[in-house]
Design a protein around this ligand. Structure first.
Ligand SMILES: Cc1cc2nc3c(=O)[nH]c(=O)nc-3n(C[C@H](O)[C@H](O)[C@H](O)COP(=O)(O)OP(=O)(O)OC[C@H]3O[C@@H](n4cnc5c(N)ncnc54)[C@H](O)[C@@H]3O)c2cc1C
Length: 414
């Protein structure tokens, strides 16, 4: 049996696992990434339909990690404003960048672009080893080390084991960490379209009766503005019927479902469908073990925070590890992992719960729920705490740097 000694083993080289490897690189630690996919799928990831809404804090973090600089300018779309519609009403809840002191609420970047940038930022680092096309057979923790056995007989012995292996983390389950899972009972279809009516860098989310439809602006409104990402949420059975349509049939169906809000739809990209299941484990750490990314918090995409929270987990955990390494102490000391756990829970739980509440209310088509959501939107201020939480989490860059004062004309809108 081949035994490999390493300081940190990260299971999962998705965007968050790669970002942790990048954050730890250069500190005198030996880092090993274990990934079931082949390296070719990481270096040139396929289009997966996801357009990731990024906060200002994530942008700043990605700049520090050397990812942001690797994105082509045309891959970054500004997200200035958002509108939320309910049922057939044309009245919207508006979330504007103007109240935030920023030029935009956030940015949209394809998941494909983020994954490619994360891989490029790690590639070539001589303290990061990638074991691709690898299958984990078992994980274990002893007093002084964590053990990972791979198919083929290789064994990794490390001071700290980090699971970044998706919201359905097998590593989390192997360590017996119970997880609250909420199956929304719907699937989400994502694809890119071009359309007649320009998007003006504004996203909308329409909680219709029997469907939720979102439009995310891609490219800048000037001079483009006719390319968007469509996000359709439906019960799985109905989604099957939509998926069976050819591109032309799909475009006509989306024109109908969007009530003409985008005008005619022309080209349609490859479509991808995801089941909607949110996850929140009882804890984010254990003995010589921590969870990050979706393995820690599996968000509903509606508030666009999964990867943003993933980056926050990287920042919080890397800070503990790097401090310990600099002081020459145990990088997996229980006190440090417990502090990471507390900090990440404090940072994520309020928006996780608020998002669940909003999703529950706005996808419930029974009459009392419809009346309540109409009332909340009509009152205007009914969703103000949620709006404040959302705007602050999008526009706060985490540096504590003062932002411009509120725009006097927009105090009420965000
Ligand atoms: C439709 C959609 C829209 C979204 N929009 C947004 C958004 O607007 N904003 C936002 O912040 N987030 C968004 N997200 C969430 C975002 O995509 C995720 O939060 C992010 O991909 C999580 O990254 P991760 O690295 O933690 O996990 P993943 O991307 O799931 O990567 C996990 C990696 O682990 C590997 N792996 C899994 N199991 C094993 C194993 N046993 N052994 C070895 N390797 C393993 C996988 O192959 C993969 O490479 C969206 C998600 C979806 C589905």
């Amino acid at each position: 049996m081949e035994i490999l000694d390493t300081d940190v083993t990260i299971i999962g080289a998705g965007p968050v696992g790669l970002c942790l490897a990048r954050a730890l690189s250069g500190a005198g630690l030996d880092i090993t990434l274990v990934e079931r996919q082949a390296e070719s799928a990481l270096s040139a990831p396929a289009f997966d339909g996801r357009e990731i809404g990024l906060t200002h804090r994530s942008r700043a973090h990605m700049q520090r990690l050397g990812l942001w600089q690797r994105l082509a300018p045309e891959d970054v779309s500004p997200l200035r404003d958002m509108q939320v519609f309910n049922a057939d009403s044309l009245r919207s809840m508006d979330v504007s960048h103007r109240g935030s002191g920023r030029d935009e609420l956030g940015y949209l970047v394809s998941n494909q672009g983020i994954r490619a940038a994360a891989f490029a930022a790690v590639r070539g680092a001589d303290d990061v080893r990638l074991l691709d096309s690898s299958r984990v057979v078992s994980v274990d923790c002893e007093a002084r080390c964590a053990l990972v056995r791979l198919e083929g007989g290789r064994e990794l012995v490390s001071k700290l084991l980090v699971a970044a292996d998706s919201r359905f983390s097998e590593t989390r389950r192997a360590f017996g960490i119970g997880t609250r899972m909420f199956d929304v009972g719907r699937s989400m279809l994502v694809c890119r379209v071009t359309h007649d009516i320009p998007h003006e860098d504004t996203a909308w989310e329409w909680f219709g009766v029997g469907q939720t439809l979102a439009r995310l602006p891609l490219g800048s409104a000037q001079p483009l503005g006719h390319r968007s990402s469509l996000v359709l949420t439906l019960p799985a059975r109905e989604m099957g019927e939509i998926q069976a349509l050819d591109d032309d049939g799909f475009a006509r169906e989306m024109e109908r479902r969007s009530g003409g809000r985008m005008g005619s739809i022309h080209s349609v990209s490859e479509r991808h469908v995801y089941p909607l299941v949110t996850t929140y484990p009882q804890r984010f750490s254990g003995h010589r073990f921590a969870l990050i990314g979706d393995a820690a918090v599996g968000m509903h995409p509606v508030t666009a925070h999964g990867f943003n929270f993933g980056l926050m987990s990287v920042q919080a955990l890397a800070s503990e590890i790097l401090q310990a390494a600099a002081a020459g102490t145990d990088i997996a000391a229980p006190g440090r992992l417990a502090r990471y756990d507390r900090e990440h829970r404090r940072a994520t739980l309020p928006l996780y719960l608020a998002t669940r509440g909003i999703v529950g209310l706005y996808t419930d088509d029974r009459r009392p729920a419809r009346m309540l959501r109409t009332a909340l939107l009509r009152v205007g201020g009914g969703l103000a705490p949620f709006k404040r939480l959302l705007v602050d989490s999008l526009t706060n860059d985490g540096t504590g740097t003062a932002r411009a004062p509120l725009h006097p004309a927009s105090r009420g809108s965000a």
